[in-house]
Structure formats: structure tokens, C-alpha cells
Write a protein that binds this ligand. Structure first.
Ligand SMILES: Nc1ncnc2c1ncn2[C@@H]1O[C@H](COP(=O)(O)OP(=O)(O)OP(=O)(O)O)[C@@H](O)[C@H]1O
Ligand SMILES: [Mg+2]
Length: 255
């Protein structure tokens, strides 16, 4: 295991105009760890994930992925913003799965999965197809390669979205409420794929309120409120014995 954390946030701040959304987020996720992020609506969970992926620029603090500063270069103690090209290169190594799957509707499942490896990574079509078939098998959709997204259930579409993110061979996967738009009976299959991924050693930062998943799979539970980390620790311990009143109140509403 590497000593450098996969994700290291130090006092990360983000505001939208006068609205301070992240007010000094500090946390670490080690290589191979799964961290689940919970918190009330509007507490900044999605914003934080988007900062990790540099879809949003932080206003203060430091955000590192595998030791590399996200979005900036540091020279002589000063920060310089990265070129869009370099930022895009950083983003390649970070897979993101959203609540809504954002698959290309007019392309087959296979075409959705092979697009980025071919266009962005320059893989040959044969290579990309072989890898995609493997990934679709892993997410339980080997027989759906030629289907169109509209012909799949929400849970199946979400598993395609996971395969598509994995096709770029990311070192970190971010999930933003990947099951919250799904019918309850479809949630389990998606969580099972995520559990397999965790067991295979993927580092994952997951916004979810599926506490069964957090308890079983996560190494770390992070409770955010009002743009700060209120509490983080072992999920089982935190769920049984939260240290802060805010956490207690939030969890009592959730469970
Ligand atoms: N692009 C934006 N411009 C302005 N305000 C924004 C923008 N994105 C998010 N916000 C605001 O930032 C705050 C945090 O939003 P965020 O989506 O990060 O919360 P969240 O914890 O993910 O909530 P939820 O559980 O509802 O998904 C909210 O008040 C939101 O309105
Ligand atoms: Mg959100």
C-alpha cells in the first residue's frame, strides 16, 4: 500500500458568489479504501466530488489525488492554474458515476463503453471492444452489448455507466448517489457491482445514503454538514455511536 493518500483534501473551500458551499473540507482516502460521504441536502457533497474531479475549481485549500494537486501547479509556494488540456489529462484517471446515467441514447451499450478509450486514450477498436466485453461481463451485462440504453432498466443503465467509467482504467472512482434514482428492486444489482469493485481494490469515494452498503463495504464514513466534515471514522462505530449531536440527529432520520 502506498503512503501517499489517493485523495487528500486540506481545508478545501468553494463558493458560488456569496454562497459558501465548502468551508474547509479536510479528509483523506487511502489507496484501495472506500469512503462513503453522507449529509443533508445542500451540504456540499456533490460540489466536493466535482472539485475532486476538477469540474469545479476550489477557491482555497489544497486538493490532491495520488499526490498531484488537482487543477493547479505549485511553484515556489505559489499556485498556477493548469491549462484546460492538463486538467483534462488529470480527469482521465478519475472515473465518475452520477445519479443519472448520461449514456449516449443513440449508441449501443458497447459503443458507449468503447468511445472514450478510443477517442481519449487512442486505443484500437479491437482492443477497446475486447476490454469493454470484459467489463460488461463484470457488471453482469455481457448479453446487452448491442442493446440501446432505452431498452435497459435504470439499474442496467447505471451498470453500463460504471463499465464506461472503468473503461478508462481510472485509479479513483467517484459515485454521486448512484442508486438514488432507481426503483428499489434495482438498487441491489448496482450495489453488488460496486461491492465487487471495492473488493477488487478500487479506491472509491461514494456519496450514498445506502447505509447497509456503507456499513458493509466502506472503510470510512464521512458526515458532512454546512460545508464542513462534522465527523468521520469507522462506519460501524459511527453508526452505533456517533460523537456529535448533528450526526446523531441526521442518522436518526436516516435509519
Ligand atoms: N453551480 C452552482 N451555482 C450556484 N450554486 C450552486 C451550484 N452548485 C451547487 N450550488 C449550491 O451549493 C450548495 C451545495 O450543493 P450540492 O449539490 O453540493 O449539495 P449536496 O450535498 O450534493 O445536496 P443533495 O443531497 O441535495 O445532492 C447548494 O446550496 C446548491 O444550491
Ligand atoms: Mg448532491
Amino acid at each position: 500500500m502506498s503512503a501517499t493518500p489517493m485523495v487528500q483534501a486540506e481545508s478545501v473551500c468553494k463558493n458560488f458568489g456569496a454562497l459558501q458551499v465548502l468551508r474547509g473540507i479536510s479528509l483523506e482516502v487511502q489507496h484501495g479504501e472506500v469512503a462513503c460521504l453522507i449529509g443533508p441536502s445542500g451540504s456540499g457533497k456533490s460540489t466536493f466530488l466535482r472539485c475532486v474531479n476538477h469540474l469545479e475549481k476550489v477557491n482555497a485549500g489544497r486538493l490532491r489525488v495520488d499526490g498531484d494537486l488537482i487543477g493547479y501547479r505549485e511553484r515556489g509556494g505559489k499556485l498556477y492554474e493548469m491549462s484546460p488540456r492538463d486538467a483534462a489529462r488529470q480527469r482521465r484517471d478519475i472515473g465518475m458515476v452520477f445519479q443519472h446515467f448520461n449514456l449516449f441514447p443513440h449508441r449501443t451499450v458497447l459503443a458507449n463503453v468503447i468511445e472514450a478509450p478510443i477517442l481519449v486514450k487512442g486505443q484500437s477498436r479491437d482492443e477497446a471492444v475486447a476490454w469493454a466485453v470484459d467489463l460488461l461481463d463484470k457488471v453482469g451485462l455481457a448479453n446487452k452489448a448491442d442493446a440501446y440504453p432505452a431498452q435497459l432498466s435504470g439499474g442496467q443503465q447505471q451498470r453500463v455507466a460504471i463499465a464506461r467509467a472503468l473503461a478508462m482504467d481510472p485509479k479513483l472512482m467517484l459515485f454521486d448517489e448512484p442508486t438514488s434514482a432507481l426503483d428499489p428492486e434495482l438498487v441491489g444489482d448496482v450495489l453488488a457491482v460496486m461491492r465487487d469493485l471495492a473488493q477488487a481494490g478500487m479506491t472509491m469515494l461514494v456519496v450514498t445514503h445506502e447505509m447497509g452498503f456503507a456499513r458493509e463495504v466502506a472503510d470510512q464514513l464521512v458526515f458532512m454538514a454546512d460545508g464542513v466534515v462534522v465527523e468521520r471514522g469507522d462506519p460501524r462505530e459511527m453508526l452505533e455511536n456517533p460523537q456529535h449531536q448533528r450526526t446523531k440527529t441526521f442518522l436518526s432520520k436516516l435509519l
